[in-house]
Design a protein around this ligand. Structure first.
Ligand code: PLP
Length: 390
């Protein structure tokens, strides 16, 4: 059997290797503390579950859902956006429901790239951004994110010939995996750059609410209020702890929304209406649960970073996301994969190797704060023993 060449770059996956290392650790009887996946352990709100449960017994929700059937959800998303970021959004032409934001960001390159075109991606970055470009037979130009630049890309470093063949740039702040944030001035620079070079500007924004210490972060559309080149992706996975429900949405330039809708029309029939009803309840109902989620992750961040610093592993205190991005001790600076596989087998603590997020992620490891502070402290105790033994 022969498979398409575009599958080849999707084959190397350090997360699959980590999965095997975790399985070996389990088989050896280790008590696993899995900090390798950014899947929230907190529950969705009660009123959201009730809305979904009520939909299940309503037979009118059981059929295929075409675009017109998503109107109530699109209206709720537009109203939510306008209230949060102060920019009017047309629910008819500027909002598109998605089966999770990952689905949308991975499908968008099919609507924007011709084979061989470049997409400018963050390195390290979220794996599905690259995956979508490969599936569209595009090429990737990785924009390196360095600590000395606050993990923001330097647009002036992109070579002219690459730029000439580029059609899109993908940004995502607060950033997974580095937990970096970006100010409005950075987005203004990005919008001007994309306008000048005729690029689509994609902003993946899943951690819009997961920001600590009372900081509020900008939407890319605040730097592009006419929506001239930009499209932004949102999800209910993080703010509302609904990752398993697979619901997100895109907001932005009407032509981009229409193009992505054309791709999706060939692929899916939208999310189940009951899930959309739950999402409407989340977006329009009481918002207190977001504060609880943010406070929970802030306490975990404080506990974990303090404990790591106490054992002599100095890491910065992140201002957003559910991750800690830790520079590895010198011995592992070129082998984050070895560090993570050996550590999980020796201690049961699983983290994600930085190299899995791109070449510039090498030398780092990402911890997802998806356990209670007491468990995080136990994890740090075990990490300390591992570091001492090596
Ligand atoms: C940057 C980024 N984009 C997208 C996603 C996936 O979001 P969703 O659950 O909406 O597909 C994640 C999840 O961790 C993420 O970190």
């Amino acid at each position: 059997m022969q498979f398409a060449k575009r599958l080849a770059p999707l084959q190397s996956n350090v997360f699959a290797d980590m999965d095997q290392a975790k399985a070996r650790a389990r088989a050896a009887g280790r008590d696993l503390i899995d900090l390798s996946l950014g899947s929230s352990d907190l529950p969705a709100a009660e009123h959201v579950i009730e809305a979904i449960a009520a939909s299940l017994s309503d037979q009118s929700t059981h059929g295929y859902l075409l675009f017109h059937g998503t109107q109530a959800f699109r209206q709720a998303a537009a109203t939510w956006y306008e209230k949060k970021f102060g920019i009017a959004v047309d629910p008819e032409t500027e909002v598109l429901p998605l089966v999770g934001s990952q689905e949308g960001t991975a499908h968008l390159p099919l609507a924007v790239l011709n084979p061989g075109d470049f997409a400018l991606l963050l390195d390290p970055g979220y794996p599905s951004h690259a995956g979508g470009v490969y599936l569209a037979s595009g090429q990737i130009y990785p924009m390196p994110l360095l600590a000395e630049n606050n993990f923001l890309p330097i647009f002036a470093d992109i070579p002219g010939p690459v730029l000439a063949q580029s059609r899109m740039m993908v940004l995502s702040y607060p950033h997974n995996p580095t937990a970096a944030i970006a100010p409005l001035s950075f987005f203004q620079e990005a919008v001007a750059f994309c306008q000048q070079h005729n690029l689509v500007l994609v902003h993946d924004f899943p951690y819009a609410d997961l920001v600590f210490d009372g900081t509020a972060l900008p939407s890319v559309l605040q730097a592009d209020p006419d929506k001239s080149v930009s499209i932004e992706f949102f999800t209910l996975s993080k703010s509302y702890n609904m990752g398993g429900f697979r619901i997100g949405y895109a907001i932005g330039n009407a032509k981009l929304i229409r193009a992505l809708r054309q791709v999706k029309a060939a692929v899916d029939f939208n999310q189940y209406r009951g899930i959309l009803n739950g999402a409407i309840a989340a977006l329009t109902g009481p918002q207190e649960s977001i504060q609880v989620t943010v406070e929970t992750f802030q306490q975990r961040r404080d506990a974990f970073v303090t404990a790591l610093n106490r054992i002599g592993w100095q890491v910065p205190m992140p201002t957003a996301t559910m991750y800690v991005w830790a520079k590895l001790p010198e011995r592992w600076s070129q082998n984050s994969m070895e560090f993570c596989t050996q550590m999980v087998e020796a201690t049961g603590v699983a983290a994600s190797p930085g190299a899995g997020f791109g070449k510039s992620g090498e030398g780092y490891v990402r911890f997802a704060l998806v356990h209670e502070p007491a468990i995080l402290k136990t994890a740090v105790d075990r990490i300390a023993q591992y570091l001492e033994a090596h």
